[in-house]
Design a protein around this ligand. Structure first.
Ligand code: SF4
Ligand code: SF4
Length: 441
């Protein structure tokens, strides 16, 4: 695609990156067929190709975007299915990330939109505040019928009441479990130590399902790996990054790069492991996000190189499985977008599960997002619910006993639409290697 940036614009390193990405797009449209919003809405402007065109115009004109442009970019899930499909290697992720930052800086959203986004950006990355918010949402669940279950608005975004309803729909029915271990805790390897890793503590997952990281710690230590929860680590920044709030996301990235680099220098780290693939995709991108920061560029690139999804690391450990009586349990494996499209990890989790004796089934249309996508299921609840229902219907066709996924957002989203238990892949691997049976019916 031909671009028309001026030389002055191209002196901005971000615009130089955008220019390179835009020039790679040949407008073939292959990506439209696998884009969830295009599949649902059938509007070219809700396809990757359409959005690329809108972003190109917004950046070239160097003006605040219109409400219509914002609507179509806001509807993008950042699922990155288009990147998997694109034969020309267009790096859509770095382009839409820039577009979101530009929107955040130059477009004035409605008061309710700004308020909601501010609350989400403040609460979600803070486990204590998130726990409190979830407890309040749980109390509000009985009143959700008073709120609209679909959007009537013709405006650029769903109404605040509709979004509040979406939050209540996602709130847990039961009280949250007690928090997991805090930063600074070290879990020694059982037997001879074969390695040493940091495990990302996470924010929302830490509050909703501390059992996931506990399962990871169980499997790792059982196989001779020492696990450290690094002190003063914080939210990876993915949630605010995807809302275009770059100052917050970059500050969190710098903070984490600092504490992880210090831990690696002082005591050594073979890897930084992540059990929430949405976070893993962003941490693997820290090197790009901080590339222009002279103080952090090198250490951020080193941190990104150390970051691994838990499944990637476990694949190199020769797991001692066969210790659980799971017989012929059928597992529907849900491939989180951040894992399959963001990190290109597709077969490893399924191989780990089938090598552990589970009967693993692929879900039809597995390339399509479940609608979770960070804060998307709150900010765009109508599209998110349609995608969830489609995902749940596809899952039902393989008649599973359990659904496994590698991302807490997907787990919550899918669980809100099915009675089939949803667990993290590592919980099943923990069970198969001698840990407790996860919450299956
Ligand atoms: S598939 Fe790639 S090259 Fe073709 S329109 Fe989509 S982004 Fe552009
Ligand atoms: S990231 Fe997903 S929703 Fe956004 S344009 Fe690409 S395929 Fe469509």
């Amino acid at each position: 695609m031909k671009t028309e940036f001026t030389l002055a614009q191209l002196a901005d390193p971000d615009i130089a990156v955008a220019d390179k990405i835009l020039r790679a797009c040949v407008h073939c449209g292959f990506c439209t067929a696998t884009c969830p919003t295009y599949v649902l809405l059938g509007d070219e402007l809700d396809s990757p190709r359409g959005r690329i065109y809108l972003i190109k115009q917004m950046l070239e004109k160097d003006q605040a975007p219109t409400a219509d442009v914002v609507k179509h970019i806001d509807r993008c899930l950042s699922c990155l299915s288009c990147m998997t499909t694109c034969p020309s290697g267009v790096h859509y992720m770095h382009l839409v990330d820039q577009a979101r930052v530009r929107i955040e800086k130059t477009y004035r959203r409605s008061l309710t939109d700004r308020l909601l986004r501010s609350v989400l950006a403040y609460v979600l990355p803070r486990p204590r505040e998130f726990r409190l918010a979830m407890s309040l949402a749980r109390l509000g669940r009985p009143f959700k019928a008073l709120l609209p279950a679909s959007s009537q608005t013709r405006g650029p975004a769903p109404s605040l009441l509709r979004r509040l309803r979406a939050m209540l729909d996602l709130a847990p029915a039961a009280a949250l479990p007690p928090p997991g271990p805090s930063g600074g805790t070290v879990f020694p390897a059982q037997g001879a130590r074969r390695g040493r890793v940091a495990l990302l503590q996470g924010c929302a997952q830490q509050a909703l399902a501390p059992r996931i990281n506990q399962a990871a710690i169980n499997v790792l230590t059982r196989h001779g790996i020492e696990v450290v929860l690094v002190k003063d680590e914080q939210c990876c920044g993915a949630l605010t990054h995807h809302m275009g709030q770059d100052a917050d996301a970059l500050a969190r990235a710098r903070g984490n790069v600092g504490v992880w680099s210090a831990e690696a220098s002082a005591r050594g780290l073979d890897a930084i492991l992540v059990t929430t693939s949405g976070c893993g995709t962003v941490i693997k991108d820290y090197g790009h996000m901080l590339r222009e920061d002279p103080q952090y560029a090198a250490s951020a690139a080193a941190v990104s190189a150390l970051a691994k999804d838990i499944s990637e690391y476990l694949a190199g450990l020769d797991l001692q499985t066969g210790k659980a009586p799971h017989g012929d349990i059928v597992v529907a494996y849900h491939s989180a977008c951040s894992l399959q499209h963001g990190q290109k990890i597709t077969s490893i989790p399924k191989e780990l599960l089938s090598n552990s004796g589970f009967v693993v089934k692929d879900i039809p249309e597995s390339h399509l997002c479940c609608g979770s996508a960070g804060t998307y299921n709150i900010l765009q609840p109508d599209i998110a619910m349609k995608l969830r229902d489609r995902k749940v219907a596809n899952i039902a066709t393989v008649k599973p006993n359990v659904i496994a996924a590698g991302n807490i957002g997907c787990m919550m989203q899918i669980a809100s639409g099915t009675t089939v238990p949803v667990v993290h892949t590592v919980e099943l691997l923990d069970w198969a290697t001698g840990g407790p049976r996860p919450g299956l019916n």
